[in-house]
Design a binder for this molecule. Structure first.
Ligand SMILES: [Zn+2]
Ligand SMILES: [Zn+2]
Length: 392
């Protein structure tokens, strides 16, 4: 049997582009071609497209592309929502069309037909909840409650007014320039949901991520069991060993079994690889958001802390260097009358790094894992104490 090189090449290139686009900025890929591809996809490709359009079709076409970009990236729009529905719909349709005929199978019970519908339906409900629920919009009516719900830490959040909404901006809130409103406990603006992720809908968003991770793992496993059942029912291993004389070992059988599966069940193989890649990406994203929930931090805050720590480190380094310079000048003056130090001693004295004060991240919103999780599941604005704050 021929190795389907075209299929392998297509799969490899697609996986490389997807991984580069989504994970290219991770520290692990720093300085590698994955980071270069990510940079090209995020910045270079669009720049070249604009230059190409301008050269071929003129300035009018370039303005049109810029207008489309503004609509897609700077305004609320349902493009990615439609894309999500299409991915889920098409994938589930392909699974029903190509794989339901094997259910029930040797290892797969018949009730997976119905369980899969329930799994997709729950995913769709979580999608609708995240997309269309209020993320925690701050208005003139509820701003005082939000201000007293989250204290200012005076490190990454200081008391100030939102220049657009003209109302005080509570700690942990941010003005979303796409939705054009202030959102409490702002996490990020999610293009896939066409909605902000904030105080009230972080729970739906995290549930959505976890559920879709589980769906992908479930789908990949069921397809895996379908393929295992096919191998068993069609006696592939028996035929390979008894009729073709293939050695009955993993290394001997694997290439032949893989070739048979790629030839007879290539759709199922592609589906399971697609689901496994999605599961890996979603798993990473779930772990990141679980960590954020458990430490009572938002994506917005984690970026703010990163900036703060970097800035403080630089400032402390500058302070330490200035202090070291001052000390060395003082000792140079006092040593002026003494015998000159040996070259070796001077080398070690010069190479000693000045001690830099470590930067401490003090997240005042972190109240322990259990209370942090409770805050995500039952947001402060939905508790009795929140409505009482109005009269404060
Ligand atoms: Zn605002
Ligand atoms: Zn938004």
């Amino acid at each position: 049997m021929e190795v389907p090189w075209l299929l392998v090449a297509h799969g490899s290139v697609t996986a490389l582009v997807v991984v580069s686009f989504l994970c290219g900025q991770w520290p692990i890929f720093e300085g590698t071609f994955v980071q270069s591809i990510n940079h090209f996809l995020n910045f270079g490709a669009y720049h070249y497209l604009l230059r190409f359009v301008q050269a071929v079709c003129g300035n009018g076409a370039k303005d049109l592309v810029l207008g489309v970009e503004q609509y897609c990236c700077d305004r609320p729009n349902p493009i990615l929502q439609v894309f999500y529905v299409a991915i889920i719909g098409v994938t589930y349709f392909i699974i029903v069309q190509t794989s339901f005929e094997y259910i029930p199978g040797y290892y797969v019970s018949g009730w997976h037909r119905y369980l899969s519908i329930v799994a997709v339906a729950v995913g769709a409900i979580l999608f609708v909840l995240t997309s269309f629920s209020d993320p925690g919009t701050i208005t003139a009516e509820n701003v005082s409650q939000y201000v007293s719900a989250y204290p200012y830490d005076n490190v990454i959040f200081v008391e100030k007014e939102c220049s657009t909404c003209k109302i005080p901006r509570p700690a942990r809130a941010k003005h979303c320039r796409i939705c054009d409103k202030c959102v409490a406990r702002f996490d990020h603006h999610c293009g896939w949901m066409n909605n902000c992720i904030g105080e009230k809908n972080t729970r739906y968003f995290v549930a959505f991520l976890v559920w879709h991770f589980l769906i992908c793992v479930y789908g990949a496993l069921v397809i895996g069991f379908i393929l295992a059942g096919e191998l068993k029912e069609r006696k592939v291993i028996y035929i390979l060993t008894a009729y073709y004389g293939i050695e009955n070992s993993f290394s001997g059988l694997f290439p032949h079994v893989a070739q048979w599966l790629l030839a007879v069940h290539n759709t199922q193989i592609l589906l399971s690889v697609f689901l496994a890649i999605l599961a890996l990406l979603l798993g990473g994203f779930c772990a990141y958001h679980a960590h954020l929930c458990l430490t009572n931090t938002t994506t917005n805050e984690s970026f703010k802390w990163q900036d703060y720590i970097m800035w403080m480190k630089k400032e402390n380094e500058a302070k330490a260097n200035a202090a070291a310079l001052k000390a060395s000048m003082g000792s140079a003056n006092s040593d002026a009358h003494k015998a000159p130090p040996s070259k070796w001693r001077a080398f070690f004295v010069r190479s000693r790094r000045p001690s830099v004060e470590p930067v401490v991240k003090n997240n005042i919103y972190d109240r322990g894992m259990i209370r942090n999780m409770c805050e995500v599941i039952v947001p402060l604005s939905e508790r009795k104490s929140f409505s009482h704050r109005k009269s404060d």
